[in-house]
Design a binder for this molecule. Structure first.
Ligand code: B4P
Length: 191
């Protein structure tokens, strides 16, 4: 089974993907994690994406699609979880073409629905917890970058809701409950 976790920043995509990896032996493909890895490696690409990410804007389609293409070449185990990808219509078209080439299908797109106030609280909390644990907060987990991330979501990513609805893949999940409740709702959708 191949699925997409779609939703605004802080909707819980990464949190829920981790459960699916554990429970269903799926492979999590988080473009956010891949980009943070590139950033911390200090590679040329990492340097190019760092400022864009820290401001809260979207990295170019070309870079992100390239990262995903590389990862699709490996073992697919229980299927792929696309976490935070696609985020633009161009990325969605590219993913469709890549899956077609591989003879794979996209089974379900889970839209995690959470309102903006809750998103801001979660991200601000994550930043505080990171500092309290003696670490540093993610460079984009601050209110200023979050505003840009939310704008990018509504402008560039939310059109994917209609795109996947038209393809008959979309399932909405209430992302407002406790982590375990959201997990149960996703399990209900996936069967
Ligand atoms: P991501 O890494 O995808 O970050 P995100 O959207 O903020 O994370 P997510 O929704 O996974 O939240 P999480 O579960 O961690 O992207 C970061 C940046 O990378 C983007 O802004 C962009 O610059 C770049 N990027 C990534 N993909 C791209 C693409 N395809 N194209 C272009 N650019 C791209 O949850 C957040 C917090 O909430 C956690 O602390 C968690 O514990 C808490 N939480 C989760 N669920 C909860 C619940 N039910 N109740 C209470 N708290 C909960």
């Amino acid at each position: 089974m191949n699925i997409i976790l779609l939703g605004p920043p802080g909707a819980g995509k990464g949190t829920q993907a981790a459960f699916l990896v554990e429970d269903r032996n799926m492979i999590q493909l988080s473009t956010g994690d891949m980009l943070r890895e590139a950033k911390s490696s200090g590679s040329e690409m990492g340097k190019r994406v760092a400022e864009v990410m820290d401001r809260g804007e979207l990295v170019t389609d070309e870079i992100v699609i390239g990262l995903i293409r590389e990862k699709l070449e490996g073992d697919k185990k229980g299927g792929f979880i696309f976490d935070g990808f696609p985020r633009t219509l161009a990325q969605a078209d590219a993913l469709g073409a890549l899956l077609d080439e591989m003879g794979e299908t996209l089974d379900v797109v889970i839209e995690m629905q959470v309102n903006d106030d809750v998103l801001v609280d979660r991200i601000v909390n994550r930043a505080k917890e990171a500092v309290a644990a003696g670490g540093t907060a993610r460079a984009d987990d601050n209110e200023e970058s979050l505003k840009v991330r939310l704008m990018a979501y509504y402008k560039q990513t939310s059109p994917l809701i209609g795109y996947y609805h038209a393809k008959g893949n979309l399932k909405g999940v209430d992302g407002l409950g406790e982590i375990a409740e959201v997990k149960a709702s996703i399990a209900g959708v996936l069967g």
